[in-house]
Design a protein around this ligand. Structure first.
Ligand code: KG4
Ligand code: ZN
Length: 359
């Protein structure tokens, strides 16, 4: 029997509160892509900027303030009532424990009050499936390059819930490499997008920075050494110019270091992705996570994939970073594929650390 389901998705794993409504059909074509009806987002970035990074306790408290108004906002935008919701999905992990507890608590309370089942979603699965909401959705199987603030992973994806880890960062994630390098350059948190903007004005070959683990013979990444190399290079530049700080250097020099840093990160991500495609023999690449918004990464991947006749898929730009749409979508795709059922047990836990390939 074909059943239409309205799914409310709540994301609260870090510093963004995201809520969305997705509609899907269960019992029909399992490959039918669910429809995003509405989504709303509140970013706490400005609040955390004063501290140079996310303050977990402030994040939790702010999720409490935002989650109900955002839910009301998406219901109004989709012209739906609370009682129309069939399933309440929430991010169960990984992420900040307190922040996750807010979303899980609200989702399970809502489910209990409405008498509707709930479903806990893996945050990275949300990112990984988010390109299905784009104008050019992928098909299984594919290689996924997950590049967020907390994770850098290459996965083989054969279907919903069928994930094999091929390689991952052994220290900093790609997003962290962007953010920490940006901090060294005096840019505000999270500096990734700001560094990327400066990089567009700079010369990516100006400074030779290391490409860690490029020839390691496996698909793991390491970005901690790059951050140190950026620090050493910036100190050399400041000393050579007799400047009081990196920010006091001529803009062209700052942009050149930004471009060289971005080029080093992107180079490693592109080359390892191509190796993963070659080793698996797959011909589709899906890029997901906040760093997937990076324009240089997209242009380099497009070029490398075109050469090898590989199809590459990205999430819509506004769905690259954390959002509720990907959580509602992942729940919808799990229900459609039959790989997970929603539950009417409202006791909940969260999983701050939770590998995606061991569900
Ligand atoms: O996926 P996401 O929203 O959060 C996590 O789940 O971690 O990713 C956030 C990360 C941050 O490190 C941010 O600096 C980075 O994605 N990011 C970018 C760009 N946009 C976001 N990094 C480089 N270039 C961008 N355009
Ligand atoms: Zn994320």
């Amino acid at each position: 029997m074909v059943q239409k389901l309205l799914i409310l998705g709540i994301e609260s794993s870090c510093d963004e509160t995201g809520v969305a409504l997705v509609e899907c059909e269960v019992g029909s074509d399992p490959e039918q892509v669910p429809e995003l009806l509405a989504h709303a987002l509140y970013s706490q970035i400005v609040m955390h900027q004063a501290f140079g990074g996310v303050v977990p306790e402030l994040a939790s408290r702010d999720h409490i303030r935002r989650v109900i108004p955002l839910t009301q906002e998406v219901l109004a935008a989709a012209d739906c009532r609370l009682s129309d919701i069939d399933v309440v999905a929430y991010t169960r992990g990984p992420g900040l424990a307190g922040a996750l507890l807010v979303g899980a608590g609200v989702a399970c309370a809502l489910g209990a009050a409405l008498g509707k089942p709930v479903l806990g979603v893996h945050h990275l699965e949300g990112h990984l499936l988010s390109p299905f909401l784009s104008a050019d959705p992928p098909r299984f199987p594919f290689v996924a390059l997950l590049v967020s603030g907390g994770h850098t992973q290459l996965m083989r994806v054969d279907g919903v819930g069928r994930y094999v880890l091929l390689g991952e960062s052994i220290d900093d994630a790609a997003g962290e490499a962007f953010d920490k390098s940006a901090k060294l350059m005096g840019l505000a948190y999270p500096g990734g997008p700001l560094l990327a903007r400066m990089a567009e004005e700079g010369n990516p070959k100006a400074y030779a920075l290391p490409r860690p683990l490029l020839h390691s013979g496996n698909l793991d990444f390491s970005f901690a050494g790059l951050k140190t190399a950026v620090l050493v290079q910036s100190q050399k530049m400041v000393a050579a110019a007799g400047a009081p700080s990196f920010e006091a250097l001529p803009r062209v020099q700052q942009c050149d270091l930004a471009a060289s840093t971005q080029a080093a990160i992107v180079d490693v991500l592109v080359r390892k992705s191509m190796t993963a495609l070659k080793e698996t023999g797959l011909t589709r690449l899906v890029v997901a996570g906040g760093v997937g918004a990076n324009r240089h990464l997209r242009s380099q991947l497009n070029e490398a994939c075109t050469k090898r006749d590989i199809r590459v898929h990205y999430p819509e730009l506004h769905l690259c970073t954390d959002n509720g749409a990907m959580i509602a979508l992942a729940a919808a795709m799990r229900l459609q594929s039959g790989s997970q059922q929603a539950s009417a047990h409202y006791a909940f836990d969260v999983k701050p650390r939770w590998p995606l390939d061991t569900r």
